[in-house]
Design a protein. Structure first.
Ligand code: TYD
Ligand code: MG
Length: 452
């Protein structure tokens, strides 16, 4: 006699399991994220069944770095650490409509030029829709195979006889496996399907890209286990109101994280942006107060960004602090430092700080730029447009050095900047001659004389 199926409750946010329903997940504190699912014995489902290898000496293990497949889409290759590693599992997350499917179709298009086959499983769009997109991207190749459907077992069956160099699953939330009765997109299904794909990919040595939707909070929908399972996690970001898109590795077993690739979305797909500083500075206002350029580092890549601040008297005696692209708390801290150490009191002012272009900056190197932008706006005095500043600001008002000053200065030089304010330690640390006039400072107090 068949046993009654056992029901368990799983948090759709973090994968926490409980025998009883709860309104709030005790593990990740998410409300209303726990749903009913049929219990499935993990021992029987595959994830744990990878056959264990015999112990081997690390020196005897061979790995050839040249085995990475360069797609030829340089910005993509850069983000994933040089190329696609055979047998690796890559997860690409991003908001709907950001261009995930477009990007991966372009990757497939590039691979087809090297005579490499891509199998593209779409659970969301019809073959005609994908064809339409391919036409827009001018991709027409015998090396790209479109499979539409959602049952993962069927996929393996269908593509058994086709030479596969890359498998794409668009999206992981729409696919499901027979072995679980729960609906596609549930934690159980995502975990199970990914496990199956992982085993298949590792066994056959075929690299696989999983496309994943992200939740309102911005993380990849489904349990964290998905991020643990895959080798590389990429996020495709961008602002709906801007055309540029950034691909960012937040986990990479085969390369460094924080590398970014920059694209611009236009009528014929995603165009690579080899010189991102240009687009972020393109529409800079001339001679406006509260605007300054800072050199940031994204991974190993320098990027010039414009910090804008607007400081004006608060009409309601309840001053507002609004930060877009920079940490809100950092602004409050810097306002306090400016008041205490420089004697410039902005406590009764509304303060808005924005990183132009919709980018996020979380480097302390931006501190000095934020300070300069706020003071410039407060005093309503523009900063020299050929000036860049960078440095971390401490609570005592001291300006501290940041990593890789050379790289930052070189980028500024390349973009035609003529002056640079930096910390004394960074100034002493860089030896190469530059065509840029350097001002080294110890404290934010020294800033005023140089800026205005
Ligand atoms: P898509 O790749 O379908 O996004 P995702 O898979 O992340 O949901 O991209 C959809 C958007 O991209 C859509 O709003 C139209 C735009 N787009 C272009 O601007 N140019 C193009 O050449 C293509 C193919 C899409
Ligand atoms: Mg899509």
């Amino acid at each position: 006699m068949a046993k009654n199926p056992k029901i368990i409750y799983i948090c759709q946010n973090c994968g926490y399991q409980t025998p009883k329903w709860l309104g709030k997940c005790p593990d990740c504190n998410q409300w209303d994220s726990i749903v009913e699912e049929l219990f499935h014995d993990p021992g029987k489902t595959g994830l744990l069944q990878l056959t264990m290898s015999a112990p081997q000496e690390i020196s005897s293990i061979e790995f050839n770095p040249d085995s990475k497949i360069k797609t030829g889409l340089d910005e993509f290759d850069r983000a994933i650490g040089g190329g696609i590693v055979p047998g690796s599992l890559l997860l690409l997350g991003g908001e709907p409509g950001i261009g995930k499917s477009t990007l991966i179709l372009q990757v497939a298009g590039k691979l087809s030029l090297q005579n490499l086959n891509t199998i593209y499983l779409s659970g969301e769009e019809s073959a005609q829709q994908i064809k339409l997109r391919a036409q827009r991207l001018s991709i027409n190749s015998e090396n790209i195979f479109i499979v539409t459907g959602t049952r993962i077992e069927e996929l393996f069956e269908r593509i058994r006889d086709i030479k596969t160099d890359l498998l794409v699953v668009d999206s992981i939330q729409t696919t499901y496996t027979d072995t679980l009765p729960s609906a596609p997109g549930s934690v159980g299904q995502i975990r199970e399907v990914s496990g199956k794909i992982l085993r298949w990919a590792k066994e056959k040595g075929i690299p696989t890209i999983l496309i994943g939707h992200i939740t309102k909070e911005g993380s990849i929908a489904g349990p964290k286990i998905l991020e643990h399972l895959v080798d590389t996690v990429l996020y495709f970001e961008g602002d709906a109101s801007h055309t540029f898109r950034i691909i960012r590795a937040i986990k990479n077993r085969y390369g460094s994280t924080n590398e970014i690739g920059v694209f611009e979305m236009n009528e014929t797909g995603l165009a690579q942006v080899g010189n991102p500083s240009r687009i972020f500075l393109e529409e800079r206002p001339e001679n406006a107060s509260g605007s300054i350029v800072i050199p940031c580092l994204e991974g190993t890549r320098p990027l010039l960004l414009e910090i804008q601040a607007l400081v004006c008297p608060s009409p309601f005696g309840m001053p507002r602090r609004t930060a877009i692209g920079v940490d809100h708390n950092r602004i409050s801290l810097l306002v306090a430092v400016i008041a205490k150490r420089m004697g410039i009191e902005m406590g009764d002012q509304d303060i808005f700080v924005n990183v132009a272009g919709g980018l996020k900056v979380d480097e302390p190197a931006a501190d000095l730029g934020i300070v300069a932008a706020m003071i410039s706006s407060f005093l309503n005095r523009p900063v020299d447009p050929e000036m860049i500043v960078f440095g971390e600001v401490g609570l005592a008002g001291e300006v501290r050095g940041v990593i890789q000053p050379e790289t930052r200065i070189k980028e500024a030089e390349k973009m035609g900047f003529k002056k640079c304010i930096l910390s004394k330690s960074n100034f002493e640390g860089c030896r190469a001659p530059h065509n840029i006039k350097m001002y080294s400072i110890n404290s934010v107090l020294d800033l005023m004389d140089i800026l205005f």
